[in-house]
Ligand binder design. Structure first.
Ligand code: SF4
Length: 364
């Protein structure tokens, strides 16, 4: 059965044929019943749990989220517990997941839910989207999975499946490029079991309709797939050029004094805003000395000879940071400054730190 009428030139969701929709929904739900991924956040329809998992899964692999998810819910089992927490504790628990803005917005949204919605999640997409950090996808996920509302979702996996299913050749990944996919998703999502349907689409994308070498031979949607029917599976979705990786070289300095080390708090607008880190100077190792002397954070300290501890690399979006790590002893504690602290090794363990900062702690 052809799901999509190839004579149609547009991709408006209204053009999804009824029989095609029924076939897709039935095939997906039947497949989901026996082949779905067993994920911890799927054992409950509690909107709080669905929300936490969806925020964690943004830009993070499923396997990585598993451990963090359980630990986070153990510490903050309800939206009220999260709202009452100190931001420092939320960030500390998020450490290692990256993209800390997500944690801050999660915390802010929890406070809004408690303060403005009596601790209950809004039950509409518009209401959900009014909360910090909840966009179109997350609102659709919460609405469909937690509240059984027939709301569509489009993310990397389901976007690929829908594009192939409909034979859609346009560029994807931007708001304008994805709009036709949203329209098809909205036309497809059923009144009954919308949450299961949406999760099934994502699972098919993750397990069967993979970016390279999709398993069309065992795909539950093979009979409805326009890309398969027309032999265009390899061309859909359209390949988009990746952004070039930008190299950044910095030097991190572990300054010691009287059994303590100096840490600085990342400022507004910086990567890892609000987290603690070792001071950095934007210099190659050879010029580090001058960098330390001119540094706003270190310039008032008289530091002795530097010793090299090693090098670490870290990737943030499309930036690869190479960090030379040096150590030195300071003669004095310098002036007291906001965002600068001398801490013991024990205190380092409980600080919310940047990922490279935590790796330096392990190096020490
Ligand atoms: S038939 Fe192939 S291309 Fe079409 S949805 Fe299934 S796996 Fe993807």
């Amino acid at each position: 059965m052809v799901f999509w009428n190839p004579k149609n030139t547009g991709l408006q969701g209204a053009r999804v044929k009824k029989a095609g929709k029924t076939a897709v929904v039935r095939a997906l739900l039947a497949w989901y019943g026996h082949a779905r991924r067993d994920l911890p956040w799927r054992r409950s329809q509690d909107p709080y749990r669905v929300w936490v998992s969806e925020i964690m899964l943004q830009q993070t692999q499923v396997e990585r989220v598993r451990d963090f998810y359980d630990r986070f819910l153990e510490r903050f089992p309800t939206v009220a517990a999260l709202a009452a927490a100190a931001e420092h504790d939320v960030l500390r628990l998020w450490e290692g997941l990256g993209y800390y803005r997500r944690a801050r917005q999660l915390h802010a949204a929890a406070k809004t839910i408690v303060a403005d919605h009596a601790g209950e999640f809004p039950r509409t997409v518009a209401g959900l989207r009014s909360l910090p950090g909840i966009g179109r996808y997350t609102a659709g996920a919460i609405a469909s999975i937690a509240f059984d509302l027939p709301e569509p979702i489009v993310e990397a996996n389901s976007r690929r499946v829908i594009a192939r299913l409909a034979g859609h050749e346009g560029p994807l990944g931007s708001a304008a490029g994805d709009e036709p996919i949203w329209e098809i998703a909205a036309a497809l999502v059923p009144q009954r079991h919308p949450g299961k349907f949406n999760q099934a689409l994502m699972d098919v994308g993750s397990l069967v309709c993979t970016p390279e070498r999709p398993l069309c031979g065992t795909c539950p949607l093979a009979a409805c797939c326009e890309a398969k029917r027309t032999g265009r599976v390899a061309e859909i979705p359209m390949k988009v050029a990746r952004r070039a990786v930008k190299e950044i070289h910095e030097t991190a300095v572990v300054v010691r004094r009287a059994g303590r080390v100096l840490v600085v708090r990342r400022g507004p607008g910086e990567w890892w805003e609000g987290l603690w880190d070792f001071p950095r100077v934007p210099k190659a190792a050879g010029a580090a000395r001058r960098g330390i002397e001119r540094s706003e954070v270190l310039g008032d300290l008289a530091c002795g000879a530097t010793r090299r501890l090693g090098t670490i690399t870290h990737t943030v979006t499309h930036h690869r940071i190479t960090l030379d790590v040096l150590a030195c002893e300071a003669d004095s504690a310098g002036r007291a400054k906001p965002g600068r602290r001398w801490v013991t090794a024990k205190a380092l363990a409980s600080l919310a730190m940047t990922s490279p900062g935590r790796r330096i702690v392990r190096m020490l």
